[in-house]
Ligand binder design. Structure first.
Ligand SMILES: Nc1ncnc2c1ncn2[C@@H]1O[C@H](COP(=O)(O)OP(=O)(O)OP(=O)(O)O)[C@@H](O)[C@H]1O
Length: 319
């Protein structure tokens, strides 16, 4: 093991997660393939992709609930199975594994007994904000109330890395908004890194400053939201009969082009000035995400801060 704890002799400092060629194969085939990226510490990162893209698989590998079939992953420079990574990570899964016969208070007490850095005040305040009675049995709570208790368990642990797998899907819009606020306040106050899978792309823009997009088990986009947006231009122009993609766009990377009547709309990664009569706008996050989700064949874009070191990837894949 190298002195920096990554095992690869590469700088691990400043990274919450580094994935080197991570792959997972189930009996039906590869769910995740050649996934290499870096998530810098302190970011709130959206993990986006269509159903079955491999988001849960990736989160499970980071939380050490699954072993990768290929490659490896580090959490703060340590193996996910290590005590250190375990102490620093909290995972809120789609299914909330709570004991139905425990009361809410007993559930939080158990959280305290299992976690050395437990913050009872933070956990209780999340439960109280939803008026969930501390003496109620978990089995008698609504789905949304159970989710709130699971959030309280995750936050009470005071993690450095919070892994959230579609955590808000059973919350009503007001509670979802409140929980998002709690996630952001937590991250701002304690520098917590958050990796959160979600299908609610319209809600990401206000919350996330980092993004991972996966489709068909492969990484499509990774990096700072601002940089990813700045790398793209949304073009609108008139379409001439018989036109496919206009030749003027050939020098650029075309993520998606769509025609509607006599209009053509294209999301491109410009490589220099764009010729032709176009109305050019900056895409918003939802437009960017939807274009990549509709076009899984578009070439991936990984910004420099999200790139895992080539040498570490080569070593992990060869191991
Ligand atoms: N235990 C398993 N055994 C076999 N195949 C699995 C298993 N778990 C997941 N898969 C398959 O791996 C692929 C990725 O699944 P995963 O749950 O990671 O996707 P996801 O992006 O989280 O999807 P969703 O948005 O629907 O939650 C899917 O094709 C899924 O059917």
């Amino acid at each position: 093991m190298s002195s920096n704890g990554t095992g690869f002799g590469e700088p691990g400092e400043g990274s919450a997660i580094e994935a080197y060629g991570v792959g997972k194969k189930y009996r039906r085939g590869w769910a995740l393939r050649d996934c290499s990226f870096r998530l810098p510490a302190g970011r709130i990162c959206g993990l986006v992709g269509p159903n079955g893209a491999g988001k849960t698989t990736l989160l499970n590998i980071a939380a050490h609930l699954l072993e990768p079939t290929a490659g490896s992953l580090r959490v703060f420079g340590a193996a996910p199975e290590s005590k250190e990574a375990n102490h620093r990570t909290a995972f809120l899964a789609q299914e909330k594994p709570l004991f139905r016969r425990f009361t809410v208070a007993e559930t939080l007490r158990m959280g305290g007994e299992l976690n050395p850095g437990w913050d009872q005040r933070a956990a209780e305040s999340i439960v109280r904000a939803g008026n969930v009675p501390l003496d109620a049995k978990i089995g008698t709570l609504s789905g949304g109330q159970r989710t709130r208790v699971a959030f309280a368990l995750a936050f009470g642990k005071r993690p450095d890395l919070l892994l959230l797998d579609e955590p808000m899907s059973d919350l009503d819009p007001l509670v979802r908004h409140e929980m998002m606020g709690t996630v952001m306040a937590e991250a701002a106050e304690h520098g917590t890194t958050v990796l959160m899978s979600t299908h609610m792309v319209s809600e990401l823009e206000d919350v996330c400053d980092y993004l991972l997009v996966i489709a068909d088990g492969g990484l499509r986009l990774a990096g700072e939201v601002d940089e990813l947006l700045a790398a793209h231009t949304l073009l609108n122009g008139a379409r001439r009969d018989g036109d496919g993609v206009p030749a003027a766009l050939a020098p650029h990377t075309i993520v998606e082009s769509r025609t509607s009547g006599r209009q053509i709309t294209a999301l491109v990664r410009p490589d220099g000035p764009i010729d032709g009569d176009w109305q050019a706008d900056s895409p918003n996050l939802e437009e960017l995400l939807l274009a990549y989700l509709r076009s899984p064949q578009a070439p991936p874009l990984i910004t420099p801060s999200a790139q895992a070191s080539d040498r570490a990837v080569a070593k992990a894949v060869a191991a």
